[in-house]
Design a protein around this ligand. Structure first.
Ligand code: CO
Length: 337
């Protein structure tokens, strides 16, 4: 989900009114100064620093696929505007949790099925058709379709596309890394997961990026339990793994609460943050870090969705929906679930 990140908020307060920035934030403001300098100098940097891969530009987007009338549709399927979610993180009942399990299991099944077909020459439009067909065949609505106007049934983000890539006619190339993000709406509940796939021979830098991203998600899940602060997902797991591996966390994409709504509270920040609140038994939310090879700065293209890195470095993302349980956490979108 796209949000204005905490880091950007700090930059903004610096530009408009320096005196309003408290002394405790001075270090961050200095860091912003350094980043500004890096941004100015970046055009002189050689893109080959990031390894061997193709820089992706959006292609032709085909017509969206139809959804048969018997499929239960979410609030936004016609209007593109979702009903608001709850104001606070929701504690789910046993019956609601069972529904979440079913939608999450289907999302994972579709993601795994599509992953088996990914190969050089396949277009992301073909991946979209597969995801759409599998959702419909299983009586589910592909959640991204028309969510705030998103034109297709799945997000496919390749190489320098950080998030929310729109499936199009670009054939996958040898050496691409691709994130496929599948969400389905089944029996009134959304289940959401994404994974990275390596296309053909991916260079060492790309492989290391994907590995670190997967590890950061694993670490984040490992700290989840009742009483844990949401902010520690970013502070004590994902940032540490990313930095140790030499990558940056892209702050503007957050995990989110999920249920009868696609996106709701809590916000799950993957970067250093002070987001308030603790996990409680019965909460369901996603964790979906995006790690970048270079700068964390992102540009949204004219289509209003495709988020690319400013420096053309590659990114990787992976995602699970989790349930907080009395003794820890259950990964609802795990392959084995
Ligand atoms: Co998500």
């Amino acid at each position: 989900m796209l949000r204005k990140c905490m880091v950007c908020t700090l930059q903004f307060s610096y530009i408009t009114d320096k005196s309003s920035v408290s002394s405790s934030l001075q270090t961050t403001v200095v860091a912003c100064d350094v980043r500004l300098l890096v941004a100015v100098l970046r055009p002189f940097r050689d893109v080959r620093d990031f390894g061997s891969y193709n820089i992706v530009k959006p292609g032709f987007v085909s017509e969206r696929h139809a959804v048969p009338e018997h499929i239960k549709q979410p609030s936004y399927s016609d209007t593109s505007v979702p009903h608001p979610g709850p104001n606070e993180p929701e504690i789910k009942t046993v019956a609601q949790i069972q529904r979440m399990r079913e939608s999450c299991r289907l999302a994972r099944f579709i993601l795994d099925s599509v992953g088996n077909y990914i190969k050089v020459g396949q277009t992301t439009d073909e991946i979209d058709a597969l995801v759409h067909g599998l959702a419909i065949d299983n009586s589910a609505y592909p959640s991204p379709l028309n969510y705030r106007g998103f034109p297709k049934s799945v997000c496919t983000s390749v190489n320098n596309v950080a998030c929310h890539g729109i499936p199009d006619d670009r054939p996958l190339q040898d050496g691409d890394i691709i994130n496929v993000d599948v969400t389905v709406y089944l029996n009134g509940f959304h289940g959401d997961c994404s994974a990275m796939f390596l296309v053909g021979d991916v260079d060492k830098d790309g492989q290391a990026l994907v590995k670190a991203t997967e590890l950061s998600l694993e670490r984040a899940i490992s700290i989840c339990r009742p009483g844990e602060f949401f902010c520690n997902i970013g502070n004590f797991s994902i940032e540490l793994v990313a930095r140790k591996a030499g990558f940056t966390v892209v702050p503007c994409f957050t995990g989110h609460g999920i249920g009868t709504y696609f996106h709701g509270p809590p916000d799950i920040y993957h970067c250093y943050n002070t987001y308030p609140g603790k996990m409680q038994t019965g909460m369901t939310f996603t964790i979906e870090p995006v790690l970048a090879q270079g700068s964390h700065e992102i540009v949204i293209l004219e289509d209003g969705w495709t988020a690319v890195t400013l420096d053309n470095g590659r990114t990787a993302q992976c995602e699970h929906t989790v349930l907080i349980t009395d003794d820890g956490v259950e990964v609802l979108t795990d392959s084995a679930a």
